[in-house]
Design a protein around this ligand. Structure first.
Ligand code: HEM
Length: 283
C-alpha cells in the first residue's frame, strides 16, 4: 500500500509511471531470489571483516558457475565442429576470469590481524573443497585423482567430478579437431582421460603447422589463442590467490590441511596446454 509520504513529494520525470503492483508477475527480488542470495551471507562470528570474506568467496563461486556453464557449452559446440559460437563463449570465460581477478583487490583491504579475528571459526573449511574450482580444473585438463578425496562425504560433487575426470577435457577436444584436419594421427589421441596430459612432440608439431599457416587453419589458430587466454587468466588467479594468502597468513598451514603457501606455489607450475606454450619457442 502507498503511504501518504510515498504518494507526495517531487517525482523524477519518467519515474511517475513505475509499476507499484506486481500481482501475478515477477518482482526484481523474486526473479533474482535475492532473499536467498543475500541470506547466504551468514557470518559465524561478529568480526567486522567476515562479511567481506564471505562476499568475496560468494562472488568468485558465482563467476565459477558461469564459467563452468560457458566451458561446457563451448565444449559441446567444439565437439560438433561449430567453432564460431564456441569462440564467443570462451571469450566470455576470459572476461569472467578477469572479474574474478579484481575481487582480490577488495579482499586485500583485510589485514592479517583482521582475518585472525575469525579464522579459527572456519574449522576445516577451505577453498580446497570448492567443487566448482575443481570442475573448472578438470574441464581444462588439470586432472589428478587425489583431488577427489575431499569430496568423499559429498556424493553429488564426487560423482560430478568423477564424470568430468573420465571425459575429454577442452584440450582433448581441440586435439580431436587437429586430428579431423589431418594434422594429428588419430592414434595420438588419448582414449582415457583421467590424468593430466603430458607434452607430446607430435601434438607440438601439429600446433606448429597451425601457427605457421594461420590463414589456412584460422579456426584452430583462433581456438588455440582463446585457450591461451584462458590459461593466462587462470595462472593470474593462482598467482593472486597465493600472494593474498601469503600476505594474510604467511606460511601457516591451511584450514584445508595442506602446507598452505608451499602447496599453492607448487600449483603455479601446472601447465594446462603445454604444447601451445612450447610452440612459441619453435616458431
Ligand atoms: C583470506 C583469504 C584466503 C586465504 C588465507 C586462503 C588460503 C588458502 C590455503 C592455505 C589454501 C590451501 C589449501 C588449504 O590447506 O586450505 C587455499 C586453497 C584454495 N583456496 Fe583459498 N584462501 C583465501 C581466499 C580464497 C578465495 C577468496 C577463494 C575463492 C573462491 C579461494 C579459493 C581457494 C581454492 C579454489 C583453493 C584450492 C586451490 C588448489 O588446490 O590449487 N581462496 N586457500
Amino acid at each position: 500500500m502507498t503511504s501518504p509520504s510515498e504518494a507526495g513529494g517531487p517525482v523524477v520525470p519518467g519515474a511517475e509511471h513505475a509499476h507499484a503492483s506486481f500481482a501475478g508477475t515477477f518482482t526484481y527480488s523474486g526473479y533474482l531470489h535475492l532473499e536467498q542470495l543475500l541470506g547466504a551471507q551468514a557470518p559465524v562470528t561478529t568480526a567486522h571483516d567476515e562479511v567481506l570474506f564471505i562476499t568475496i568467496h560468494h562472488v568468485q563461486e558465482v563467476w565459477m558457475s558461469l564459467i563452468i556453464a560457458e566451458l561446457e557449452a563451448a565444449m559441446s559446440r567444439l565437439a560438433t565442429g561449430d567453432f564460431a559460437p564456441a569462440m564467443k563463449m570462451l571469450a566470455r570465460v576470459s572476461r569472467a576470469q578477469e572479474q574474478m581477478g579484481n575481487a582480490w583487490e577488495v579482499l586485500k583491504t583485510m589485514t592479517p590481524s583482521d582475518y585472525l579475528k575469525f579464522r579459527d571459526s572456519l574449522g576445516r573449511a577451505s577453498g580446497f573443497q570448492s567443487w566448482q574450482y575443481r570442475s573448472i580444473e578438470f574441464l581444462l585438463g588439470n586432472r589428478q585423482r587425489y583431488l577427489l578425496r575431499p569430496f568423499a562425504e559429498h556424493a553429488d560433487a564426487h560423482a560430478r567430478l568423477l564424470k568430468l575426470l573420465e571425459s575429454p577435457s577442452i584440450y582433448d577436444l581441440a586435439l580431436q579437431a587437429l586430428a579431423k584436419e589431418g594434422l594429428l594421427a588419430p592414434t595420438a589421441l588419448r582414449t582415457s582421460y583421467d590424468a593430466q596430459p603430458v607434452s607430446q612432440p607430435d601434438i607440438r608439431a601439429a600446433w606448429l603447422a597451425v601457427y605457421r599457416d594461420t590463414a589456412r587453419y584460422w579456426d584452430l589458430y583462433y581456438l588455440a589463442e582463446k585457450l591461451v587466454d584462458v590459461e593466462d587468466n587462470f595462472r593470474r588467479w593462482r598467482f593472486n590467490h597465493v600472494t593474498t594468502v601469503e600476505r594474510l597468513i604467511g606460511h601457516k598451514v591451511g584450514t584445508g590441511g595442506t602446507t598452505g603457501v608451499g602447496y599453492l606455489r607448487k600449483a603455479l607450475d601446472v601447465v594446462l596446454f603445454p604444447e601451445l606454450w612450447e610452440v612459441r619457442t619453435e616458431l
